[in-house]
Design a protein around this ligand. Structure first.
Ligand code: DX5
Ligand code: ZN
Length: 215
């Protein structure tokens, strides 16, 4: 069964408690929390302060996706805020191996996110040192964008690399995931589905989460 990680970026920020209550009552596995700095991506969302509120609102895994430059400056703050997974972008890290060591030494799971243009082959020398790869299936910065079809090829390639190395690494897909395309994303080899608009714009979010979970 896939891990379902609704992205709170699409939640109603005027009534987050209601959305947290809904997620807590649902089959969602993780909270996916999108941090944007207005520099790495052309949008600004929220930082550690809000992650801390989400941490208090749930016992589910807090999966923090940093779309920021110099993520090493903030890793400790996100640990203190309650992050379980901390994912940084390969394109934002000159010393990715050091970043992964830092995140793990703080007691979090370490993830690497790749933009749509970054080949999965760039992961070959880091796969043994990470817990998750987040393949962006849209250009990061905004919810509600269309899934980039080429991602399916990247998932298959990455699945083959992970299997060959027998590395315990999860594949997370982020951006434009719907009930229609989720079956082919999972068939290609993904483990974790992030879903923002598909969950929060649904007439019945709990049912939508349950449908994703049962794929
Ligand atoms: C995009 C974020 C995503 C986004 C997904 O930069 O990383 O997590 O919130 O939203 P949907 O599922 O609506 O594409
Ligand atoms: Zn994300």
């Amino acid at each position: 069964m896939p891990i379902i990680a609704p992205s709170l970026l699409s939640a109603n920020f005027l009534n987050l408690q209601a959305d947290c209550d809904m997620l807590n009552a649902s089959e969602a596995d993780w909270y996916h929390l999108d941090v944007m700095d207005g520099r790495f991506v052309p949008n600004i969302s929220f930082g550690p302060m809000l992650v801390e509120f989400f941490r208090k609102a749930t016992t589910k895994v807090c999966d923090v996706h940093l779309m920021i430059l110099e993520p090493e400056k903030y890793a400790e703050q996100f640990k203190n805020a309650g992050a379980d997974y901390l994912t940084v972008h390969m394109e934002a890290c000159t010393h990715l191996h050091r970043n992964m060591q830092q995140i793990r030494s703080l007691g979090m799971k370490a993830g690497v996110a790749l933009n749509p243009h970054t080949p999965v082959s760039t992961l070959s020398d880091i796969l043994g040192d990470i817990d998750m790869v987040c393949l962006m299936s849209v250009n990061p910065g905004f919810g509600g964008q269309k899934f980039i079809l080429h991602t399916l090829e990247k998932i298959k390639q990455l699945r083959a690399m992970i299997n060959e190395k027998k590395a315990p690494v999860l594949i997370e897909i982020d951006g434009g995931v719907t009930l229609d395309n989720a079956p082919s994303i999972l068939a290609a080899g993904a483990d974790v589905l992030v879903a923002g608009n598909t969950v929060f714009k649904s007439a019945d979010p709990i049912k939508t989460i349950q449908q994703l979970k049962s794929l």
